[in-house]
Design a protein around this ligand. Structure first.
Ligand SMILES: C[S@@+](CC[C@H](N)C(=O)[O-])C[C@H]1O[C@@H](n2cnc3c(N)ncnc32)[C@H](O)[C@@H]1O
Length: 354
């Protein structure tokens, strides 16, 4: 079988989201199921790998959210797509400093990739942590969901609109088994969903995260039933740019989208205005969407860095400074990454948000 055929399985034509779902998550050949994507020797670096201070800030945010919820005796934390487990392992260490909270919290990790689950289990040998396949495990609330670069790793649909007619982008194989894009008239069900979102109005090129929203739907239901909230951090925008944002990265460099399938990471920028609208539709309240820089600074990242750096040598201090620049700098992740928080609670006093 030609390697291009692998990701089509038995289909002749696949929508963009189904095609890239196979590319990223095929049980045998998928990118996330067949190799370690993260770190220097991998393809990209995420915030928890840039500095553990990032994860400490998330720990403090979760702790303060527990207080906002009135310090309940049962408190569930679900990390969405925990990657190599770096963030969760810092959470565990940080919570140890707060015994009252540490003794009542439950941590769940929701991970799709069996390979990454193994990596996480190796890193986190803690009986308090449970790996789950779905949310049925969570019976009591409240529940706090957290995801860093979770949503951008879930493949999206793409459409273009010509003279008010929607066409969906699909992939197929030509007679030489080369992959090619083809647009075909969008189904009326898809057109109906797109038209129901104000944030997608007047666009000529539309990106729609159908699979991602299916995941969020389950989360929203849980939050509505048990009480709780969700905090998501991702590369994204508030005003759609009317353009294709699918991108492929391999060994820290841009890669052509259809090259190295199964060996390169593929993401799309997240439409935060659409997410907000989705949460609203499900009856959740949403805080003002802010940048990663605003969130981390309001949560005290600079003060924390100052305390840690007091005991550091010059070289370590400059290393920390460079890492903070990456997390906070406008041209790096500081402004490109956004933070959204949706919740169901009468108290709206959440740390980091106004
Ligand atoms: C870009 S990585 C981010 C990893 C980590 N959060 C970090 O910041 O380093 C995306 C993660 O989400 C996981 N993932 C993607 N879709 C998922 C789904 N539907 N359910 C659970 N995990 C998923 C991937 O396997 C991977 O662990």
């Amino acid at each position: 079988m030609n390697s291009n055929q692998i990701f089509f399985k038995n289909s002749k034509i696949l929508s963009t989201d189904k095609f890239f779902r196979n590319v990223l998550y095929d049980k045998k050949f998928g990118y996330y199921t067949s190799q370690m994507p993260f770190g220097k020797s991998g393809d990209f670096i995420t915030s928890p790998k840039i500095s553990s201070i990032f994860s400490e800030i998330i720990a403090i945010w979760i702790l303060s959210t527990w207080e906002t919820f009135g310090k309940p005796k049962n408190f569930n934390i679900v990390e969405l797509g925990p990657g190599d487990g770096s963030l969760a392992s810092v959470l565990l260490k940080s919570f140890k400093k707060f015994p009252e909270f540490d003794s009542i919290k439950n941590i769940f990790l929701l991970e799709k990739s069996p390979l990454l689950r193994k990596v996480q289990k190796k890193k986190i040998s803690n009986k308090d942590v449970k790996w789950i396949n779905n949310l049925n495990w969570i019976k009591k609330g409240p529940v706090v969901f957290f995801g860093n670069e979770f949503f951008d790793a879930i493949p999206i649909k793409q459409f273009k609109k010509i003279n008010n007619i929607f066409f969906e982008k699909n992939y197929t194989l030509d007679k030489n088994k080369n992959i090619k894009e083809i647009f075909s008239k969008a189904s009326s069900a898809n057109v109906k969903i797109i038209k129901s979102y104000k944030s997608l109005k007047n666009l000529k090129f539309i990106e729609f995260p159908r699979f991602g929203l299916q995941e969020l739907k389950k989360i929203n239901k849980k939050i509505s039933k048990l009480g709780g909230c969700i905090l998501m951090i991702d590369y994204g925008y508030l005003k759609p740019k009317n353009q294709n944002t699918l991108q492929s990265v391999m060994k820290h460099k841009r890669n052509s989208l259809l090259n190295n399938l199964g060996r390169a990471d593929i993401t799309a920028h997240v439409n935060f205005a659409l997410l907000r609208e989705f949460f609203w539709k499900d009856g959740l309240k949403v805080k003002d969407i802010i940048t990663q820089k605003q969130f981390l600074e309001r949560m005290g990242i600079l003060e924390r860095a100052k305390i840690i750096s007091n005991k550091m040598k010059f070289r370590e201090k400059s290393d920390l400074y460079l890492r903070l620049m990456r997390l906070l700098g406008s041209n790096y992740m500081g402004d490109l990454f956004k933070v959204i928080m949706a919740y169901k609670l009468n108290n709206n006093n959440f740390a980091g948000f106004k």
